[in-house]
Design a protein around this ligand. Structure first.
Ligand code: ATP
Ligand code: MG
Length: 217
């Protein structure tokens, strides 16, 4: 996918500023301070908002997105209904959807979620369900907006285990740099522009250096 000279304003604030990116790597991390434009860029790629100018070429047909807040994503009262919706959307027959949902949970060792109502899930379990329901949707590209924020270690490991096993292209925004060690590329956004772009270790080291201020490193 190619982003060419994308600019975006939201309520007269310039959020993305003449951004050009060729997004071809398998797993791409997105970092940057609060308000730098990470979520806006993901929403734009997903097609939820339109740029003021610029173009996106070769955008995958089916894009799944895990939102920063799981409450904005989950639509149904039960785990089963949530997963079945995605599975039926994907074109599967309704009669076999429940079995597919069971298989999906078993594949990711999350059988414990099977008969739960969404309101009784913890924050971590809701986030896990968001990732699974995006997988159920059968997307070609998966966008993840801080999928591990507020998760405990076990839930984080479970979510990252799922993400690491995905064959699809992944673009993930996070403040948790440890999650990006084995990614192929990290893009550091600052005020809606690319500040650094390259190998995870290099980009993250530069970012951390910038936080420590002059004379401290
Ligand atoms: N719906 C909106 N209306 C107006 N301004 C918005 C809207 N959404 C985001 N913004 C502004 O766009 C800028 C980028 O926000 P965005 O949420 O993309 O940042 P972010 O990098 O995801 O930050 P965070 O790390 O806090 O999640 C901020 O200045 C924000 O105030
Ligand atoms: Mg954000």
């Amino acid at each position: 996918m190619e982003l060419r000279r994308i600019s975006l304003s939201l309520e007269s604030t310039r959020v993305l500023n003449d951004l050009s990116l060729s997004l071809t790597e398998w797993r791409i991390g997105l970092i940057g301070p609060n308000g730098s434009g990470k979520s806006s860029l993901l929403r734009l790629i997903k097609g939820l908002i339109n740029a003021d100018s610029g173009e996106i070429e070769n955008r995958p047909a089916r894009i799944g997105m895990v939102f920063q807040n799981p409450e904005h994503q989950l639509l149904f009262p039960t785990v089963m209904e949530e997963l079945c919706f995605g599975i039926i959307e994907q074109g599967h027959r309704a009669e076999s959807a429940e079995q597919s949902a069971r298989d999906l949970l078993a594949k990711h060792k999350q059988e414990g979620l099977l008969n739960k109502a969404v309101h009784e899930l913890s924050a971590g379990q809701k986030q896990l369900l968001c990732v699974l329901s995006v997988l159920a949707d059968g997307a070609d590209l998966i966008l993840l907006d801080e999928p591990c924020a507020s998760l405990d270690h076990a839930a984080k490991r479970a979510v990252m285990g799922i993400i690491r096993g995905l064959p699809q292209q992944v673009i993930m925004a996070t403040h948790d740099f440890d999650l990006l060690n084995d990614f192929d590329r990290v893009i550091w956004l600052d005020s809606g522009k690319v500040r650094e772009d390259g190998r995870p270790d290099q980009v993250i080291a530069e970012y951390l250096r910038s936080l420590s201020g002059p004379g401290l490193t």
